[in-house]
Ligand binder design. Structure first.
Ligand SMILES: CC(C)(COP(=O)(O)OP(=O)(O)OC[C@H]1O[C@@H](n2cnc3c(N)ncnc32)[C@H](O)[C@@H]1OP(=O)(O)O)[C@@H](O)C(=O)NCCC(=O)NCCS
Length: 200
């Protein structure tokens, strides 16, 4: 929905995202620093309240695994630095709307796949805070995350989502995702596996 400004009949409100010389105006991926402590708390409070109310999934898990109230601990343990206990090293980025100085979502990039991630999970876990959904931000965040994947040397990116997670599936497809297969996961949901080729 890049560059669209009008609202659609189905309630979808595209973000005011413009592309200028390959950069999204006003939107960028940032790493968490103390400067964003207040914005982080404000976003996670909203997000957690919605999860409890609507029982929505906790993606990306990395930003919910620790309590942000102890900010120094949260920051120090946000990323997995060394492989351990089934976890691989990862990078966590937040989507910042510079115009509003507001965090909109987050993305977790796993640097390589282990057996579990190859089956489900993939390289990228992402989420947009509830109040900012259906405005095109996930699609844009995945696009920006793929640039980070390329920098990490990942040429084929695996992304997975539940088949009924239409927003996630569309954000993957709009970024070049090609469906490899679907399978029934342990939660009883049909999960889809998409590959995005960054080698060209
Ligand atoms: C899934 C999620 C990331 C989508 O974020 P978003 O910013 O709303 O997505 P976008 O606005 O980029 O939408 C992309 C497309 O999906 C559609 N879409 C988004 N949410 C939808 C929904 N709930 N139902 C139907 N369509 C939806 C949009 O209309 C848009 O369609 P279009 O390309 O035809 O215009 C967000 O809902 C979320 O954070 N959910 C909880 C965490 C999660 O599920 N993460 C993904 C884990 S695999």
């Amino acid at each position: 929905m890049i560059g669209e400004t009008a609202c659609r009949e189905d309630g979808y409100k595209p973000a005011r995202i413009g592309i200028c010389g390959g950069h999204s105006m006003g939107l960028k991926l940032i790493r968490l620093t103390k400067e964003y402590k207040n914005q982080l708390g404000e976003m996670l409070d909203e997000w957690r309240a919605d999860q409890e109310l609507n029982h929505t999934n906790h993606s990306p898990w990395a930003i919910f695994k620790n309590d942000y109230h102890d900010f120094n601990y949260y920051l120090e343990h946000l990323e997995v630095k060394d492989a351990k206990e089934g976890l691989v090293p990862d990078s966590v980025f937040f989507l910042l709307d510079e115009d509003r100085n507001r965090l909109l979502g987050a993305v977790n990039i796993r640097h390589y796949l282990n057996d579990y991630l190859l089956k489900e999970g993939g390289h990228i876990g992402d989420g947009i805070r509830p109040s900012e959904r259906r405005k095109g931000y996930a699609t844009e965040m995945v696009r920006l995350a793929l640039i980070e994947c390329k920098k990490l040397g990942i040429d084929r990116v695996l992304m997975t989502c539940d088949k009924d997670n239409v927003g996630s599936a569309k954000s993957i497809l709009k970024n070049g995702g090609v469906l490899e297969n679907e399978f029934l996961n342990e939660d009883g949901n049909i999960e889809q596996r998409y590959w995005i080729d960054l080698s060209k």
